[in-house]
Design a protein around this ligand. Structure first.
Ligand code: HEM
Ligand code: CU
Length: 556
């Protein structure tokens, strides 16, 4: 099963003949110290991979409990207070400890220096520090979980979070606060690296689109994250010292929190999805063997999203009592932010057109992304429509919308990217048959879980309740069944990827026959990436067109 797809083609044999360098970044040293004090961006990426995977399955564990509770209309599995903690810890783990770091800190860290022909990031020690900061933040939040959890929702809305909740709000807030710095430091590192360390000849418009997407993401990380960290810090301050910031009784304003929170957290949704878009650009071109359609449009749309994303936060507050005129402006601006995303979807689709498309596992994830992200984005427009949002705000319709984008979009791209670069990162091929099977299971499980939530939300089921009227049960049972399939779908790659570390076929330098500097150095790369810094002479994605040659031959 696995071998069929990877039968080396003649041009790959040339690579196979290259002697495998004895020393690479993985086998250069084996001690725990050599890992925990490493400043190699590739090793730091692996540290993130391990930590982020743990948080993903921890967040997933809470999701399982939520879906089990919602199997029946009665709140029979847990108390409502416990249920509130379940969805809060699910959201906090998934957003702050999985979705935000996943692609930038793992794939971005590993690939950006290599893609731009550099030996490391601009500040390698800062990079290691980011990981420690992330881990310390994670430990605080994990401690809050062990000590009984937190129940405010991942949005920490005041005055509940600042005044009334008697759960571990401060500990969780400190965890999220600390982790914010890790994100800011990573963004800073990427921006300086991309500006300063590109190889000779690698102009801005020769950069892989993955790098453009991370550049735009980094802008949001350094401009937006400080705002949410400050807001969460203020919640903690008010709880501890009773300073009146959000509590009206003390002269504060609870809605102020929502402004501060969403000023970051709407752009933050693009921290989660822009890197995913970068991955998709790489996958679609490689598996269509075609130059990307509209390179400049895709590159600039990333930056446009980063800028416009800062102007729409009020669409989360249509029902908060904000002025109707503010609502109208935020509504129009929200429609605008959809345009650059749509441009990307059109360009990816146009790249597929007349490409020689092959359907290996990473491409299956990319195609899944296209469909699911489109549904997520279009339903975002429903929500951006003032009148519609008044009806579906805080219903399962919203839950379905953001899961289509965050799980259907970001996680699909993340898994596609992990499979695509797995041979580069580990030097081993994963079993292709199993990978395709898992991609299919995940796609089916995902849709069965979240599509019914659009319907049940539209019918009026509110989010964040542990019981519901009987008439919603059928749709909820479908959702729980889907979640079980999805859960199995996520476990399969975990198993075969670990298996491949030992038993997988050895990977050649360029198993996908892809362009890009990362495919010109050995798998796995040596610590210094490049023995000689490359000189770049061509545009990105110079795939030799396959079709036209055949046609010419036919004409002759
Ligand atoms: C086409 C672009 C998008 C538009 C117009 C849009 C619009 C909206 C609107 C209006 C809401 C508020 C709904 C409500 O609370 O009543 C919302 C919620 C949400 N959206 Fe989007 N969205 C878009 C893209 C995204 C993306 C890319 C992500 C994530 C990667 C995302 C994640 C979320 C989340 C997490 C929430 C819910 C927050 C909460 O209350 O917990 N959205 N979206
Ligand atoms: Cu938003």
């Amino acid at each position: 099963m696995a071998t069929a797809v990877f039968t080396p083609k003649p041009h790959q044999l040339a690579n196979e003949e290259e002697p495998r360098p004895r020393k690479n970044y993985l086998n250069v040293a084996f001690t725990a110290k050599s890992w925990l004090l490493t400043v190699d961006h590739k090793r730091i990426a692996i540290l993130y991979l391990i930590a982020v995977t743990l948080f993903f399955f921890l967040g997933g564990f809470f999701a399982v409990l939520i879906r089990l509770e919602l199997l029946t209309p009665a709140g029979d599995l847990m108390q409502s207070e416990t249920y509130n903690k379940m969805f809060t810890m699910h959201g906090v783990m998934m957003v702050f400890f999985f979705l935000i770091p996943a692609i930038p800190a793992i794939l971005g860290n590993f690939l950006i220096p290599i893609m731009i022909g550099a030996r490391d990031l601009a500040f390698p020690r800062l990079n290691l520090m980011s990981w420690y900061v992330y881990m310390i933040g994670g430990l605080f939040t994990f401690a809050a979980t062990l000590l009984g959890g937190v129940d405010t929702g991942w949005t920490f809305y005041t005055p509940y979070s600042s005044t009334y909740s008697n759960t571990n709000v401060v500990l969780t807030a400190i965890g999220v606060f600390i982790t914010g710095f890790s994100s800011i430091l990573t963004g800073l590192n990427f921006i300086v690296t991309i500006h300063k360390m590109r190889a000779p000849g690698l102009t801005w418009f020769r950069l892989p689109l993955f790098v453009w997407a991370h550049y735009a993401t980094s802008l949001i990380q350094i401009l937006g994250t400080p705002v949410v960290t400050a807001a969460i810090f203020l919640v903690a301050l008010e709880r501890i010292f009773h300073i009146g910031i959000f509590d009206p009784a003390l002269g504060g304003d609870p809605i102020l929190f929502q402004h501060l929170f969403w000023f970051y957290s709407h752009p933050a949704v693009y921290i989660m999805v822009l890197p995913a878009m970068g991955v998709i650009s790489e996958l679609i071109t490689c598996f269509s063997k075609k130059k990307v359609f509209g390179y400049h449009f895709i590159a600039f749309s990333s930056v446009a999203i980063a800028v416009l994303g800062f102007l729409v936060w009020g669409h989360h507050m249509f029902t908060s009592g904000q002025s109707i005129y503010a609502g109208m402006v935020f509504s129009i601006l929200s429609f605008l932010v959809a345009i650059p995303s749509a441009i990307k979807v059109f360009n990816w689709t146009a790249t597929l057109y007349k490409g020689s498309v092959s359907y290996q596992a990473p491409m299956l994830y990319a195609i899944g992304f296209l469909g699911l992200f489109t549904i997520g984005g279009l339903t975002g427009l429903f929500l951006a429509t003032l009148a519609v949002d008044v009806h579906v705000h805080d219903t399962y319709f919203v839950v379905a919308h953001f899961h289509y984008i965050m799980v259907g979009g970001t996680i699909m791209a993340y898994l596609g990217g992990i499979h695509f670069w797995w041979p580069k990162m580990t030097g081993r091929l994963y079993p292709e048959g199993w990978a395709r099977f898992a991609a299919l299971v995940i796609f089916v499980g995902f849709n069965l879980t979240f599509f019914p939530q659009f319907l049940v939300g539209y019918l009026g089921m509110p989010r964040r309740y542990h019981f519901y009227p009987d008439e919603f049960q059928v749709l909820n049972v479908m959702s729980t069944a889907g979640a079980s399939i999805l859960g199995v779908g996520y476990l399969i790659p975990l198993i075969y990827l670990l298996w491949s570390l030992r038993y997988g076929q050895l990977a050649s330098t360029n198993p996908w026959n892809a362009t890009g500097l990362e495919w010109k150095i050995p798998s796995p790369p040596p610590t210094e990436n490049f023995t000689k810094i490359p000189i770049v002479t061509e545009e990105a994605y110079e795939y030799t067109p396959v079709r036209p040659k055949v046609e010419e031959a036919e004409i002759v």
